[in-house]
Design a protein around this ligand. Sequence first.
Ligand SMILES: Nc1ncnc2c1ncn2[C@@H]1O[C@H](COP(=O)(O)OP(=O)(O)OP(=O)(O)O)[C@@H](O)[C@H]1O
Length: 332
Amino acid sequence: MEIIAVEHITKTYRQYRRFPGVWGSIRSLFTREYQEETAVHNLSFSIQEGEAVGYLGPNGAGKSTMIKMMSGILVPTAGELRVLGNVPHLARKDNAMNMGVVFGQRSQLWWDLPVSDSFDLHRSIYKIPDAVYEKNLAFCMDMLSMQEFVQKPVRQLSLGQRMRVEIAMALLHEPKILFLDEPTIGLDVMAKDQIRHFLRTVNREKKVTIVLTTHDMKDIEEICPRLIVVNKGELVYDGSVAELRRKLGQERQVVIEFREEPGDINLPGVMLLQEEGLRKTYLFSKHETGVFELVSQIAAKYYVEDVSIEHADIESVIRRLYQQLAAEQQTG
Ligand SMILES: Nc1ncnc2c1ncn2[C@@H]1O[C@H](COP(=O)(O)OP(=O)(O)OP(=O)(O)O)[C@@H](O)[C@H]1O
């Protein structure tokens, strides 16, 4: 069943133009000049119940804006948007009951109260039946190991502890959809792993539809079988991770350890992905010259210490996609 329908959605921010300097600020008060910025442009996609979708894109691509429109916080400038059959910004009460929202910058917690009091308040505001509340709380407490800090005031929590609490809180009333904006940003490896494992379980076992934005490809790899990639407000990819891998899996990732700096090796079909000193990772397009032939060409020209060939991982695939988009932008 279709749970989210986005049809030709555009969002333009309109701001009064500000002029620099002191005189500029005064001028800004009297001059009603607008500056428009299109954050989302003519975007369409559809999400089915039970999916877990990773919403990706470089900085400023319009991800947060789209998530805020889907959760009813922002109103689209044009297009049609339905979430659970409702127009989100017109259905605030329904949204509250059916959606869970975790936006790092907009905490739903009460800073001076112990975590357990925030949960209790959430129970009364959402009128969650006792049995449902107890069951969900026990599930979250256990899976997110919250016992050790549930009596502490929220402001004393570490970032990782607070994120776990935010996610638990968003799920206590059993929403059908969970929106998360960068749920693992700034967390240590263990906290990231725990949150990913939890979200995967919530999606697979509790069938909660998940839409999340992230810059961390591991989040995608572990939680989201489907990717939506946007750039400059426009859709650039919508499909499974497996499909994207297959598409670019035609390509090989070659790690070459040089004995001395080779500079720009400038061979057709070879793209530098990453470099850590003399250890450089290249992407070789398979349809051009063969991998071994290219490696031999490089080895003939430069001092090569070591070579390893692997399939491109998702991080490289996305990095490549972004590099391509940036290059297209420069030329176009
Ligand atoms: N309230 C606002 N007023 C004006 N412009 C805005 C506002 N919010 C966002 N923008 C602009 O809209 C564009 C998209 O922003 P958005 O926050 O949706 O991007 P994002 O993909 O979430 O970025 P990031 O990965 O950096 O978080 C940006 O160019 C941003 O400057």
